[in-house]
Design a binder for this molecule. Structure first.
Ligand code: XMP
Length: 523
């Protein structure tokens, strides 16, 4: 098998909001890539041996004192270079051209650029916008390039940026002021493909099938005949890790699945069916509902509930692990964005700071070595290989579910009656979303249990029962979100179903708050 990592693109991050998007587009073009901060150790660049280098955008100005610079190792690598936005301006500054503050306010949003000269990067694109000498692009810059370094020529111009793209075909160095990684740049995907495949000559080896084969081979080499333990939650990442490890090391893998009693309807049985029954994975199911309910009795503060749930989870996992004295490896579902976040440069990084950690985070004193087969993959790649390995699409494309589960969707104290009621309401809501083809149109949807009694009327009688809130949001990054505009008829149907089929619920509300000021979860 060809070594998937032999051909790759190095992305130097100047702190741009969309650097991870660049990486995802490069992967979609079939090449492995890594993101490293602009001030990384130059050895990283030398040892990576890239086929090409992309310099990202960034929030700084190249004309400000102390602005981030391109490392000499980028130029001495003698491979094609593409500078995007800040990356282009940094190229210009360092190679002897001139960048100045924009004479008006800069250029933000849609722009049309006219191709002014043939170039390997921009000429003869498939041209989705329909005009052969113009591109519809997305710009975001306050400075602009005023004059080019020796060897470069202008290959595209916009009304506000006379030098919107540049090329030095001798040295294979390119710069574009616009952002090809965002979908608003109509031919953006084709431009990045052109750079990756034609200019850098990457052969499109990075495919789901190759990624799976490569990950299996590497895990086999890493763990040998050792035994591996995995905390399986039923979420996407741990499910894909379980599947991959099972393919790689078969019966050397043992999964621990803790049924906390705070899972969704039939979730525990579904996990067992998929992994233990259908795939033959060793799964130890620990039914710990009572332990969790006892631990949570009387606890009303959300953060205190999170701590109780997290600690119990780890206690149980350790108890199970203690039964094995020859367990050498601990598997974790770390994915590439987690790796980038922890390595982000101290300056100008736009990477998001995680506000929550999964309760699956395991203590450092567990003396096992780590195996993390998804460390190089983005979430969409994890999903794609999950489906390719035969996991049900319904499981792989599920909305995120918080580690503490229903524990943070029951406001205040958690009780079994509340969890049972919420499970039923949530299942009705999810089924309806699937039935009406709305599930995949929202980013996350769930029901929340409000432990307050409100009046309702059934037949001739008044009843005082609980309230269920429905929440559905649309978001890209989960840091901000807006309530999904679900159709009224749909909400009406769900509300009626919930009140008619759950005897202790008298009222259903739909949460229309945005984040901020609200959060996605209610606790
Ligand atoms: P919030 O409520 O902060 O949620 O707007 C943002 C995203 O994080 C998830 N979330 C959690 N995930 N443990 C987790 O693993 C938690 O304690 C937790 N709290 C919130 C939430 O579901 C949403 O996707």
């Amino acid at each position: 098998m060809a070594d998937l990592h032999e051909q790759g693109i190095l992305i130097i991050d100047f702190g741009g909001q969309t650097t991870q998007l660049i990486a995802r587009r490069v992967r979609e073009a079939g090449a492995y890539c890594e993101i490293h901060p602009w001030d990384c150790d130059p050895e990283t660049i030398q040892t990576f041996k890239p086929n090409g280098i992309i310099l990202s955008g960034g929030p700084e100005s190249t004309i400000a004192a102390g602005a981030p610079v391109i490392h000499d190792a980028v130029f001495s690598a003698k491979v094609p270079v593409l500078g995007i936005c800040y990356g282009m301006q940094a190229l210009v500054k360092q190679l002897g051209g001139e960048v100045k503050a924009h004479p008006s306010q800069g250029e933000f949003g849609y722009a049309e650029v006219k191709l002014t000269q043939q170039s390997a990067l921009l000429s003869d694109l498939p041209d989705k916008a329909g005009e052969s000498d113009a591109l519809d692009v997305w710009m975001s810059h306050g400075d602009r390039v005023e004059s080019l370094p020796d060897g470069f020529s202008v290959v595209a111009s916009s009304a506000n940026a006379p030098i919107a793209a540049m090329a030095d075909s001798e040295r294979d160095i390119y710069g574009i002021q616009f952002h090809p990684e965002v979908t608003h740049t109509v031919d953006g995907e084709a431009i990045l493909q052109r750079f990756v495949k034609t200019i850098c000559q990457c052969d499109g080896l990075w495919t789901p099938a190759n990624i799976i084969d490569d990950a299996i081979a590497r895990v086999q080499k890493q763990v040998g005949s050792g035994k591996v333990l995995l905390a399986l939650s039923g979420g996407v990442d741990s499910s894909v890790v379980a599947t991959l490890l099972h393919k790689a090391v078969g019966s050397q893998l043992t999964c621990v699945f803790v049924d906390t009693g705070l899972l969704r309807l039939n979730e525990g049985d579904d996990v067992m069916k998929t992994f233990a029954d259908n795939m033959g994975v060793n799964v130890i199911r620990v039914n710990a509902e009572n332990r969790f309910l006892e631990g949570l009795a009387g606890v009303t503060d959300p953060e205190a509930k999170r701590k109780v749930i997290g600690k119990l989870f780890i206690d149980i996992f350790e108890e199970v692990a203690a039964d094995f004295d020859d367990m050498g490896w601990l598997a974790q579902g770390t994915i590439y964005p987690d790796v980038i976040e922890s390595a982000a440069s101290s300056t100008g990084s736009a990477h998001l700071i995680k506000s929550h950690h999964n309760v699956g985070g395991l203590p450092a004193h567990m003396r096992m070595q780590l195996v993390e087969p998804l460390r190089e993959l983005f979430k969409d790649e994890v999903r794609r290989i999950g489906v390719d390995m035969g996991l049900p699409a319904k499981m792989v494309y599920r909305h995120p579910f918080p580690g503490p589960g229903l524990g943070v969707r029951i406001l205040g104290e958690v009780k079994k009656e509340y969890a049972d009621t919420l499970r039923q309401a949530d299942a009705i809501f999810m089924d309806a979303l699937h039935k009406h083809d709305l599930y995949d149109k929202v980013s996350q949807a769930f029901a929340v249990f409000l432990p307050v009694k409100s009046v309702g009327v059934t037949g001739d009688g008044r009843r005082y029962d609980y309230v269920i809130a429905l929440r559905a949001v649309e978001t890209i990054d989960f840091m901000s979100a807006r309530a999904a505009h679900l159709p009224y008829d749909f909400l009406d149907e769900v509300s009626r179903d919930i009140c008619n089929s759950i005897s202790n619920v008298s009222r259903v509300t739909y949460d229309i708050s945005s984040k901020p000021p609200a959060t996605i979860e209610w606790e």
